[in-house]
Design a protein around this ligand. Structure first.
Ligand SMILES: Cc1cc2nc3c(=O)[nH]c(=O)nc-3n(C[C@H](O)[C@H](O)[C@H](O)COP(=O)(O)OP(=O)(O)OC[C@H]3O[C@@H](n4cnc5c(N)ncnc54)[C@H](O)[C@@H]3O)c2cc1C
Length: 465
């Protein structure tokens, strides 16, 4: 056991949580219960000044440093062994300027915090589809969600970031201030500093939207996907869809006899007038013989938290992911054949439809280059903490086998979906060679010693001049 490093950081006002503290185990736990790391100190910051103090403290003592936003990353990079966690979980304030349509969001906020404050004004920005996911990781890695085809990725909506650098300095990054850093932050993850606050562009959304999933029996997967492929080819930008392969989750709205039945779902959200939304999803709802149809007018803010309970904190998770250039018959066959081989009824795969505004934004506008792909799939093995290790091993093998089967059709990967055992070369795969080199140059300028390396790391290159 490494010795504690004391309970004093000069200029720090938040909570310092050491291994002998009562709240230590809760404070070091992240969303993925399979992650078990023991930092020497958790610095729960109360504001930007604390973040700067904690970064300087770690740096001066050459301590390992991890940055925690929402703590949701499956790889558990929000927490490290031995070092210090700069924990933003107490920095969740959100304020909205409804006239300028801007949200000011602290770096530890969750998407539920953002939706809650913005929807009061009938506004929203693209965020993750689970409300307990952190803004920080999503907004720095890419940000895919229901609104992206209409309003772009989360990174496309970041207009400014307040950044604590590896030197502990507080700077602003925007199109006018440190534009190289601003570009890199919007896709390059936590490599360049701690973002203590974001400013996001907002758009009119809802508050009522037509949204929800339709489920069909797993045996119908091939037919559903062939139909779905046609549907989304000409879909309006307002229509966001996610296909879910797995079992029907035990949601309150689903009758008990259908719980955990193997099924494919197409979930949708129409970010426009309800009548148009009803029209856009009618064919989907009328296709084949659905087992359950939960589509209807709903509050956007409720839709955003509708599947929260299916992926709770503390269960064990293991992900494999890839982007897909298209849904050929061959890909559909692989999906239908592999998706239901998991033994845990909680394992699933989620496939997001991209295109629209995501694809129209130039590839080099931000450091998230994966814009020309059709779909993005995450294969998510899930098991319970009390289950035997062999269950986890079997589920993980299912996810790896599924990804291997998709090998010939892979077209990059979303950096935020990479897990801890993914080959570090997959980080380069996520960015592509050009973006990766450009990111390495910006890293060389802002973090030449790689202080921020507990992440999907981009090693520093030669600083850009
Ligand atoms: C259930 C679930 C649903 C998801 N749904 C979506 C989705 O719909 N769309 C989507 O795009 N992604 C989604 N994701 C993936 C998500 O983008 C990543 O897990 C992301 O890393 C989560 O961000 P976080 O702040 O919660 O994570 P954390 O684990 O806290 O952070 C991950 C890393 O990001 C960096 N980081 C976080 N905050 C900051 C900050 N303020 N400043 C500097 N660095 C920071 C750090 O390097 C940290 O190690 C989902 C994940 C889960 C588990």
């Amino acid at each position: 056991m490494t010795a504690p490093i004391g309970l004093h950081i000069p200029g720090f006002r938040g909570d310092l949580i050491a291994p002998d503290h009562d709240g230590y185990d809760d404070a070091r736990a992240v969303w993925n219960g399979a992650v078990d790391r023991r930092p020497r100190l958790i610095a729960r910051c109360s504001g930007t000044a604390d973040v700067a103090a904690a970064v300087r403290f770690a740096r001066d003592r050459d301590l390992e440093l991890a940055v925690r936003g929402g703590g949701h990353n499956v790889a558990g990079t929000a927490v490290c062994d031995h070092g210090i966690v700069v924990d933003l979980s107490a920095m969740r304030a959100v304020s909205v300027d409804p006239v300028e349509r801007i949200a000011h969001v602290q770096g530890g906020a969750l998407w539920g915090d953002v939706d809650h404050e913005t929807q009061v004004h009938g506004l929203a920005t693209t965020g993750g589809i689970v409300s307990h996911t952190g803004v920080g990781g999503v907004a720095l890695g890419g940000g895919i969600g229901w609104l992206m085809r209409k309003h772009g990725l989360t990174v496309d909506n970041v207009v400014e970031a307040e950044v604590v650098t590896a030197e502990g300095e507080i700077i602003r990054a925007s199109a006018d201030d440190h534009p190289d850093l601003f570009w890199a932050l919007r896709g390059g993850g936590g490599n360049f500093g701690v973002v203590s606050a974001f400013r996001f562009a907002l758009h009119p959304v809802g508050p009522t939207v037509v949204a929800g999933p339709v489920f069909w029996a797993a045996e119908d997967t091939t037919d559903v996907l062939r139909f779905y492929r046609e549907l989304v080819t000409d879909a309006p930008d307002e229509l966001g869809t996610v296909v879910r392969f797995g079992t029907i989750p035990p949601l309150p709205a689903v009758s008990e006899e259908l719980h955990f039945r193997p099924a494919i779902a197409v979930a949708s959200c129409y970010a426009g007038p309800a009548e148009d939304g009803e029209r856009a999803v009618r064919a989907l709802r009328e296709f084949g013989t659905p087992l359950v149809d939960l589509v209807g007018p709903t509050l956007y803010v409720d839709h955003q938290s509708g599947i929260d309970d299916t992926v709770p904190h503390g269960w064990h998770y293991y992900w494999k992911a890839t982007d897909l250039a298209g849904l050929s018959d061959e890909v559909i066959e692989i999906l239908a054949e592999r998706a239901y081989r998991a033994t845990s009824p909680r394992s699933y795969a989620a496939m997001f439809h991209l295109g629209g505004a995501v694809a129209r934004t130039p590839r080099d506008a931000t450091a998230h280059p994966g814009r020309d792909v059709d779909h993005r799939i995450s294969i998510d093995a899930v098991w319970l903490p009390e289950q035997d290790d062999s269950v986890g091993a079997a589920e993980a093998a299912w996810a790896r086998g599924f990804l291997d089967a998709l090998q010939p059709h892979r077209a990059g990967v979303y950096v935020n979906f990479l897990d801890s055992d993914d080959d570090p070369r997959r980080v380069r795969e996520a960015y592509g060679d050009d973006t990766f080199r450009r990111l390495a140059d910006v890293k060389g300028k802002y973090d030449p010693e790689n202080v921020f390396h507990n992440n999907k790391n981009i090693p520093p290159g030669k600083p850009a001049r």
